[in-house]
Design a protein around this ligand. Structure first.
Ligand code: HEM
Length: 490
């Protein structure tokens, strides 16, 4: 054998060895991957089976999501998954499992991925879920600067005045759709307090219709269907967005030109800068003003409606709330009410507890959601990327191992410091962590002022004992047939 032949043979032998070694490595790696995949599949949270392809549990969930989730919790425990309209949802029930959700970082459990298809067409680009979360956190900080106690002191008078004017149309007694009234009065008061007097002055019927069309963007269709579909509600939403923005641009320009320093949110946003030193653009300000109004619209109008229905059902509590108002305002029965003020509203502790209890039983945000971006381990399970991870305040507020007399409206349960067995995330109507609500204090001031003003004029009763059922078809659970009876409070 020549040297050349030897070296060819040696190369061939080396090649064969290399090929063999490679094959072994590939097989080993595939086996390991298979084993790992199998393991992680074994560790997936329990999955509620469904025989309906694609739709999955959509029908059962849609009929009564709260019963569905509580039954699943009893059967599968605090972490479980199910499929609806082709998506997998993993619910974390109870305080302990919710900690993963509230303590998570945005790059692991992401809010933009699930919310922005709803919010961006309504608020616009560059704000809320259409910008990096670090920027949205800066925008939330600007909102917080504008929502301070000095402002709340003015807000109480503005809300009282708007409410008195609005309810003049009710007359002395009758029966009316309470939810409709609350929706209208909440938008009037929120616009006055959060947008400033110029924008409030433009709030006539046509502007209210624009807000309604914008609000029509928050539907299950908008969340589930592609945005390019030519649906009438999508077109109305997009037209309303353009028009509202146009109106806001004019107001912002006028305010910038006037050189007057008003004490309101519009001024706060005009004067704010990001950490980088950059000021907000008019488009960002307009988008943030829309966001601010709509974030508090359904939440506060449904909450105040449910609260008033609870008071109509529990006459003794309604009387006690009015008696408390007399006491904090220093008036006896038959005497004229003085103007409300922030300190009096703050001192209404029973009303505070009634609101808190309403938010326990009827939290307007039924589910908070995040897109899982990296594998998350919890209680021995691995939640894989692609699952939509959810926490439901409504469910956490009704867990029998946490709360006593779950279904009873019992405001005084909050007198007991240990009301939710000191569990951190047992009571979360305003969320927690980096996405926590910045509107809680304003909502308390707004709802308490509105309710106190209304109760000065009227005694509220259920119509023939009917307490509204919950309408589960809307994104925020509203009352069905929300008609209330009112008569003069003499
Ligand atoms: C009863 C009234 C309200 C309730 C129950 C409520 C509830 C909530 C909840 C549960 C969240 C957390 C969402 C999540 O983690 O996915 C949230 C966030 C937020 N809310 Fe509210 N809200 C109310 C009123 C308001 C008002 C009046 C405003 C504005 C003035 C507002 C502005 C916001 C904002 C800016 C966020 C931040 C969202 C984020 O960081 O992702 N909310 N709210």
């Amino acid at each position: 054998m020549t040297f050349k032949e030897e070296s060819v043979l040696a190369r061939q032998a080396g090649g064969a060895t290399y090929a063999l070694a490679s094959a072994v490595v590939i097989l080993a790696v595939s086996w390991l991957i298979g084993k790992w995949k199998h393991r992680s599949e074994e560790n997936l949270p329990p999955h509620i089976p469904s025989s309906i392809p694609f739709l999955g549990q959509a029908i059962s969930f849609g009929q009564n999501p709260i019963e569905f989730l509580l039954a699943a919790y009893q059967k599968y425990g605090p972490v479980f998954s199910f499929t609806m309209v082709g998506k997998t949802f993993t619910y974390l029930i109870g305080s302990e499992s919710a900690a993963l959700f509230f303590n998570s970082r945005n790059e692991n459990l992401n809010a933009e991925d699930v919310y922005s298809r709803l919010t961006t067409p309504v608020f616009g680009k560059g704000v809320a879920y259409d910008c990096p979360n670090s920027l949205f956190l800066e925008q939330k900080k600007m909102f917080k600067t504008g929502l301070n106690i000095a402002r709340f002191r003015e807000h109480v008078n503005l809300i009282e005045e708007e409410t008195i004017n609005y309810f003049k149309r009710w007359g002395k007694s009758g029966e009316k759709n309470l939810f409709m009234a609350m929706s209208e009065v909440v938008i009037l008061t929120a616009s006055r307090c959060l947008h400033g007097k110029e924008i409030r002055a433009k709030l006539d019927e046509s502007m209210a219709r624009l807000y309604m069309d914008l609000d029509g963007g928050f539907t299950h269709e908008a969340w589930l269907l592609p945005g390019w579909l030519p649906l009438p509600s999508f077109r109305k939403r997009d037209r309303a967005h353009q028009e509202v923005k146009r109106i806001f641009y004019e107001v912002i320009q006028q305010r910038r030109d006037s050189k007057e320093q008003e004490e309101d949110m519009l001024q706060t946003l005009i004067d704010s800068t990001y950490k980088s030193g950059r000021s907000l653009t008019d488009d960002e300000i307009a988008g943030m003003l829309i966001g601010l109004l709509l974030a508090g619209q359904h939440t506060s109008s449904t909450t105040s409606t449910w609260l008033l229905f609870f008071l109509a059902k529990h006459q003794d509590i309604q009387e006690a709330v009015v008696a408390e108002q007399r006491r904090v305002c220093g008036v006896s029965e038959g005497e004229e009410w003085p103007e409300l003020d922030y300190d009096a509203v703050k001192d209404m502790q029973l009303l505070d507890r009634c609101l808190k209890e309403t938010l326990r039983l009827r939290p307007p945000i039924m589910t908070m959601m995040r897109m899982c971006k990296t594998p998350q381990t919890l209680m021995g399970y691995t939640i894989p990327p692609g699952h939509q991870v959810c926490v439901s305040p409504t469910t956490n507020h009704r867990l029998p191992d946490t709360w006593k007399d779950i279904h009873t409206f019992m405001p005084d349960r909050f007198l007991d410091g240990d009301v939710a067995n000191s569990e951190k995330f047992a009571y979360v109507p305003f969320g927690a962590g980096r996405h926590r609500c910045i509107g809680e204090s304003f909502a308390y001031v707004q709802i308490k002022t509105l309710v106190s003003t209304l109760l000065r004029s009227y005694r509220l009763d259920l119509v023939d004992g009917y307490f509204p059922e919950v309408d589960f078809t809307t994104m925020i659970h509203t009352p069905k047939r929300p008609i209330i009876r009112y008569s003069p409070r003499t």
